[in-house]
Design a protein. Structure first.
Length: 256
């Protein structure tokens, strides 16, 4: 059903050049967003999502390469930390592989949907926490954008007050850590430096266009003894090569 809706939307919009009919094109786009389903099948289970985000799941898979890494890496007795849980696709996937998942999502709107998806999928081993991982425990502001998957800590535009927490204050060791927090990865890593001395496996987004300093981010992980596998390129890599390969694009890194 969702694929049919998307195909029809593309067909109609292709006959409406946006420069010539911008308002009409926007109207049709919003009509299809309104009628998109709020529940989708992804990675072998169902989740609730926002109608605007539903087109991201037309294939029935979400970040296939990352999901394969999770399945190959995470062991059944592991405790996992998921930073940037959003509405729970990776969180629920990880919960089916690990002993326990601690899921952090600072946005109240996303957190409400995360809790709904956890309950709907009967995931008893997920501890959902409505906070952001950061370098300091306290209060921060979250920039709320049109896409619920792109909220980030900052001070521009529409803002939401959120709580932050240092990973080192959780009094819990983790075997596997996933971070996708829109450019705030280095701050979160600095806040869990003691945890990282135990060398948990990491899957971390590397997006130099929104990182304050890509070099500092890579140097921090290298200094802790981590080596990098570029998930997008499917190869081992180095900090030097990552700085050369990615400027306006991004990847996720498996760090061991």
């Amino acid at each position: 059903m969702l694929k049919a809706i998307i195909s029809l939307r593309k067909a109609i919009l292709s006959f409406l050049p946006r420069r010539k009919y911008p308002l009409l094109g926007k109207l049709f786009k919003n009509i299809f967003i309104f009628f998109s389903p709020s529940k989708v099948n992804v990675n072998g289970f169902e989740i609730f999502t926002y109608p605007r985000e539903a087109p991201d799941f037309t294939s029935g898979e979400y970040e296939k390469k990352e999901t394969e890494i999770f399945k190959k890496t995470v062991e059944s007795n592991w405790v996992v930390l998921d930073g940037g849980a959003n509405w729970g696709v990776h969180t629920i996937t990880l919960s089916k592989l690990a002993k326990e998942v601690w899921a952090f999502e600072p946005s109240k709107k996303n957190f409400s949907l995360l809790e709904k998806n956890i309950e709907y999928n009967k995931c008893k081993n997920i501890k959902a926490i409505n906070k952001a991982l950061s370098e300091k425990t306290g209060i921060a502001m979250l920039e709320v954008s049109e896409s619920a998957g792109s909220y980030k800590i900052g001070n521009k535009g529409k803002l939401e007050k959120i709580e932050t927490v240092r990973g080192d204050e959780l009094n819990q060791n983790f075997d596997f850590i996933k971070l996708d927090i829109e450019g705030h990865e280095l701050e979160a890593l600095r806040g869990m430096e003691n945890l990282l001395k135990e060398k948990p496996v990491l899957v971390v987004e590397y997006n130099p266009s929104i990182l304050e300093s890509p070099a500092d981010f890579l140097d921090f992980l290298t200094g802790l003894g981590y080596r990098f596998f570029d998930i997008k390129a499917d190869r081992n890599t180095t900090a030097k090569r990552l700085l050369e390969d990615y400027i306006d694009t991004h990847t996720n890194l498996l760090c061991k």
